[in-house]
Design a binder for this molecule. Structure first.
Ligand code: 5GP
Ligand code: ZN
Length: 136
């Protein structure tokens, strides 16, 4: 199922042309228009799902093998030194297009990109509180 007014539905299903680097029955992988680095690719499911929680489990199970294929393809063609998989859910997490997508971002020594976070140093009690909340 696609959703009207969803640009990634249109791209994934070929209604809007894209630089497709990989396609199968369930996914289209395209070059990002605003790449972090050379070869920055987005894996889009063809069926609309806004985010990770909406993604059907069988589709979710197929995403990582696709990422693996693309990582290998990018390694062969572009020779990356490292690679990040990034997947944003919700505006707070930086999601700007509300159709699930997995970023495959090849990294090159000295590329100047930062896809990291600032580690915090909580007390053990705080970690225990969070742990209890999650497990409780
Ligand atoms: P998000 O921030 O939602 O995780 O990532 C959205 C990504 O989609 C961004 O990296 C942005 O550059 C890319 N993007 C947005 N619109 C288009 C488009 O129309 N075509 C392509 N190829 N990439 C897009
Ligand atoms: Zn969509």
């Amino acid at each position: 199922m696609t959703q009207d007014n969803c640009i990634f539905c249109k791209i994934a299903n070929g209604e809007i042309p894209s630089r497709t680097v990989y396609e199968d029955e369930d996914f289209r992988a395209i070059l990002d228009l605003g790449p972090a680095t050379q070869g920055h690719t987005l894996i889009l499911p063809k069926a609309h799902a806004a985010n990770l929680l909406e993604l059907p489990e069988d589709t979710a199970a197929k995403v990582l093998p696709v990422a693996q294929k693309i990582a290998a393809q990018l390694q062969e063609k572009l020779g990356w030194d490292g690679l990040n998989l990034v997947q944003n859910n919700g505006e707070t997490a930086g999601q700007t297009v509300m159709h699930f997508h997995l970023h495959v971002i090849p990294r090159y020594q000295g590329d100047g990109q930062k896809i990291l976070w600032n580690p915090t140093q909580p007390e053990a009690e705080e970690l225990d509180r969070v742990y209890a909340k999650i497990r409780g």
